[in-house]
Design a protein around this ligand. Structure first.
Ligand code: NAI
Length: 327
């Protein structure tokens, strides 16, 4: 047995939190030999509900679960954190402008970034799930000036998994046959799910499906899957989002099995995405760090779609910068 890993989950009383915590405690994220210390951060009004979840975690008698702390204090929630899953966020309320949403979330992710800076473990890994995830990650990173920026990521793994699943359904093959799918840009409807370099059982996907299906069915289906889930379930995706968060952290720590996956990471300027933006790329995890897969050819259609999503990320960045929220 290795020494315990401290995992902080914010928004722990929310629906993703409820789907996430039990899987982390069971070993799905860090493996069957790594004990876990859970720290749950909530707003004061939801602390009692998070404590209820902590009671249930106790009732599972998970062998790997060393402790569960519930708090409304970011300083204590991020004390010694190795893995921070920032799930809690301010949803868009009725009549809320996009700038109001960005500002309300900056009021959450700025202080959390500072608390991570001051209290987390030196090698902390941060995954932002709460929306607008990419820009919330940018804000948290900007407020954690002592933490290397590559430690901050945002989740597009759910979009990636949705894309892989849709393609596998279309081709009638197992998801494990699929490789080389990429989500580019923002975790929003502007994202670009890219099949240009995808393969199924080693065969190039563009030779197996027609362009019309990709453009008029596949891309909108993946980009609007969140709305489809809300429509069917009467609530937004929760278990699938939690599962994607687990995939992201597991791959980050253990390495991507083969091929690549998608994650929103701080851009180093690759593929013309402005340096410093948190944008989704094709990534591999090597020795515990994400690397952007280099050298992929981008046909005109891909270039336009990536540029459109990146333009949205630039607008979000400029809006929070204009509000003085980038630290
Ligand atoms: P939810 O509303 O069920 O739970 C959110 C929880 O966060 C609530 O319990 C709330 O009290 C808490 N919270 C709010 N502000 C907080 C703060 N400052 N500190 C700690 N906790 C705080 O929402 P749900 O369904 O769990 O979703 C959470 C977020 O994840 C949303 O922003 C949602 O849009 C986003 N999401 C992102 C996905 C992605 O692919 N990146 C996929 C699905 C959801």
């Amino acid at each position: 047995e290795t020494s315990p890993v401290t995992v902080t989950v914010t928004g722990a009383a929310g629906q993703i939190g409820y789907a996430l915590l039990f899987r982390i405690a069971s070993g799905a994220m860090l493996g069957p030999h790594t004990p876990v210390r859970l720290k749950l951060l909530e707003i004061p009004a939801a602390v009692r509900a998070a404590e209820g979840t902590a009671l249930e975690l106790s009732d599972c008698a998970f062998g790997l679960l060393h402790s569960v702390d519930v708090t409304d204090s970011p300083a204590s929630a991020f004390d010694g954190t190795d893995v921070a899953l920032l799930v809690g966020a301010r949803p868009r309320g009725a009549g809320m402008e996009r700038s109001d949403l960005l500002e309300a979330n900056a009021g959450i992710f700025g202080p959390q970034g500072r608390a991570i800076n001051d209290h987390a473990a030196d090698d902390v890994r941060v995954l932002v799930v709460g929306n607008p995830a990419n820009t919330n990650a940018l804000i948290a990173a900007a407020n954690a000036t002592d933490v290397p920026r590559e430690r901050f990521t945002a989740m597009t793994r759910l979009d990636h998994n949705r894309a892989v699943a849709q393609l596998a359904i279309k081709l009638g093959c197992p998801v494990t046959d699929i490789d080389g799918v990429t989500i580019w840009g923002n975790h929003s409807a502007s994202q670009y799910p890219d099949l240009t370099h995808a393969t199924a059982g080693g065969e190039p996907v563009p030779a197996l499906v027609d362009e019309a299906w990709i453009e008029s069915e596949f891309i909108p289906r993946v980009a609007r899957r969140g709305a489809e889930i809300i429509d069917a379930r009467g609530a937004s995706s929760a278990a699938s989002a939690a599962s994607a968060a687990i995939d992201h952290i597991r791959d980050w720590i253990d390495g991507t099995p083969e091929g690549w996956t998608s994650a929103a990471v701080v851009s180093d300027g690759s593929y013309g995405v402005p340096e410093g933006l948190v944008s989704s790329f094709p990534v591999r995890s090597v020795d515990g760090a994400w690397e952007i897969v280099q050298g992929l050819a981008l046909p005109e259609f891909s270039r336009e779609r990536i540029d459109a999503s990146v333009a949205e990320l630039i607008a979000e960045r400029d809006a929070v910068r204009g509000l003085g929220l980038l630290g």
